[in-house]
Design a protein around this ligand. Structure first.
Ligand SMILES: Cc1cc2nc3c(=O)[nH]c(=O)nc-3n(C[C@H](O)[C@H](O)[C@H](O)COP(=O)(O)OP(=O)(O)OC[C@H]3O[C@@H](n4cnc5c(N)ncnc54)[C@H](O)[C@@H]3O)c2cc1C
Length: 502
């Protein structure tokens, strides 16, 4: 039976994945409604405002610029009228536990530091850079842009993947080129930015280093949430509808046809439609919103068995003092690397040590804090909720440990200069963002959970159901999530056409 209600689309969730799809579909003639659980759009890219401090809650690095510009161009707009992208230098500073640091910047700057630190590794670094370009071409230009709806489409890329050593992990690839452990850490930790374990994530994800090298580290002037606001503005200009505080509690499916017929929200409202796109957590979409009897592929068992990314413990804090020596992006390694990663990903425990990504946006945009003040966030990778940790109990002592560590090693007199401080725990990921096990990045980027093996953009269980966001192809991280919105929209155009040109 031909579905009738295919001009109206409901999108569950207003993160970057949902917004990317919403803009593209609305621009092509569909009537799109975004139902967002929270009182703001952006999801992980949210905003906290306290006493004149403005905190981005999540992503702070965006690259390449084309993924941002593309959305505005597709809607016939000039991206520069909506967002300004600026380049950050150094890209980031890596702080080692022995008190030394290493700046990731241009090729020449990095090479100069390697010359000082471990001259025998210079050749290996150059060779590693050379292999990154074909990896990027395979991983980003080919893999990320292909809608893997058949196993054959995946099989086609296997020979190139083997040739480029995708069977190695990101760490394994780096280690085959460089011996110095500090360099191995410097060039292998990037999968953590998308929820991957550097020791098990396929080396295809080394392409992140290539993107950073080629396009630089881009920052949205005014903070990443400005990009969310820009997408919201564009979407509303196109005539789209947004309903905040509207948690979807059920996706309604026709018994006979196994087709979506609408969604229900927590307040009991019913939105009839034959096309639903879920930007909510993929495991929760299937396990909580859709009755078991309609699910043959996306069963509870599938998600219970899957490897989910780690969670994060976030501390957002503002100081009445400036720390001008701290660059915009900092990675503060703890004393252990591999063993700490094992505690987080395999042992599911909270050890005494930690590593921190320290974000200091006021280095670039001073207006994100009151005059003379500084805005920070400390992002600490921690195990997901398989740990059984009671974060209500742990959050205060763990926050204090992090702040004390920063006070003692990096931000002198921090504790006497705190103006505001907010915490977001794995339990908050679970409750606020409906993230399965409190994951921060959905399914880990393992080969066995990528491409065709990841939950598909077009549901294989239910007609009219599509998925966008970090849980589907191509995966987590702002560029991939924006691309998922593009891939899913294109699948919908091929399934139902473009109302604007009918
Ligand atoms: C601290 C942090 C730092 C990061 N840094 C970077 C970075 O620098 N660069 C980068 O590229 N990536 C980064 N990432 C990853 C990136 O932010 C995410 O992969 C991406 O934003 C996820 O977007 P999404 O659309 O998949 O999901 P989300 O942003 O989670 O959006 C999903 C939305 O769905 C809503 N929702 C859930 N369930 C329901 C329901 N039942 N009904 C209605 N609404 C619902 C949620 O409230 C949420 O708004 C970071 C992530 C975190 C957490």
């Amino acid at each position: 039976m031909t579905p009738k209600n295919t001009q109206n689309i409901v999108i569950i969730g207003g993160g970057f994945g949902g917004l990317s799809a919403a803009v593209r579909l609305q621009a092509n003639g569909y009537n799109v409604t975004v139902l967002e659980k929270r009182n703001q759009l952006g999801g992980r890219a949210g905003l906290i405002e306290r006493k004149g401090f403005r905190f981005d809650t999540g992503p702070t690095i965006i690259t390449p610029p084309s993924v941002v510009e593309d959305i505005f161009l597709e809607a016939g707009r000039d991206p520069q009228d909506y967002v300004e992208l600026v380049s950050i230098h150094p890209h980031y500073r890596l702080h080692y536990a022995d008190g030394t640091h290493f700046d990731i910047g241009t090729f020449e700057e990095v090479a100069q530091q390697i010359q000082q630190l471990s001259p025998n590794d210079l050749k290996g670094y150059q060779k590693w850079l050379e292999i990154l370009e074909p990896i990027y071409k395979l991983g980003f230009e080919k893999f990320a842009n292909t809608p893997f709806d058949s196993l054959w489409s995946m099989a086609k890329i296997v020979p190139s993947a083997i040739r480029l050593k995708s069977y190695k992990s990101v760490y394994g690839l780096v280690a085959s080129y460089m011996k110095n452990e500090k360099l191995r850490m410097a060039f292998s930790f990037v999968p953590l930015f998308i929820g991957g374990n550097p020791f098990t994530t396929t080396s295809v994800y080394s392409l992140i280093a290539y993107l950073e090298n080629k396009y630089g580290m881009l920052w949205v002037r005014g903070g990443t949430h400005r990009f969310v606001e820009a997408l919201e503005k564009l979407y509303l200009e196109l005539g789209g509808t947004i309903k905040l505080n509207s948690e979807v509690t059920k996706i309604e499916v026709d018994e006979k046809d196994r087709r979506v017929t609408g969604v229900f929200t927590a307040s009991g409202d019913h939105f009839p439609t034959n096309i639903v796109i879920s930007n909510a957590d993929v495991a929760m979409t299937y396990m909580k919103l859709i009755d078991k009897r309609f699910r043959r592929k996306n069963t509870d068992r599938r998600f219970k068995k899957a490897n989910f990314s780690m969670s994060l413990f976030m501390v957002y804090f503002g100081t009445k003092k400036k720390y001008p020596d701290m660059p915009h992006h900092n990675v503060i390694f703890g004393p252990r690397y591999k063993e700490l990663i094992k505690d987080i990903f395999d042992r599911h425990i909270l050890p005494d040590d930690f590593s921190i990504y320290l974000h200091v946006p006021t280095r670039t945009d001073p207006e994100l804090a009151p005059p003379g003040c500084e805005t920070f966030y400390a992002c600490v990778p921690v195990t997901h909720q398989d740990s059984g940790i009671d974060w209500e109990e742990m959050k205060e002592p763990f926050k204090n440990r992090i702040l004390q560590y920063l006070n003692d090693h990096y931000l002198p007199d921090l504790l006497n200069n705190l103006e505001v401080c907010e915490v977001f725990t794995p339990q908050d990921f679970e409750k606020e963002l409906n993230a399965y096990k409190g994951n921060a990045f959905q399914l880990q980027p393992l080969m066995t959970q990528s491409g065709w093996f990841r939950p598909h953009n077009r549901s294989r269980d239910i007609k009219g159901l599509y998925i966008v966001g970090a849980g589907t192809h191509p995966g987590a991280g702002v560029p991939s999530v924006l691309l998922s919105g593009k891939i899913t929209s294109e699948i919908i155009f091929s399934d139902y056409g473009k109302p604007s040109i009918e």
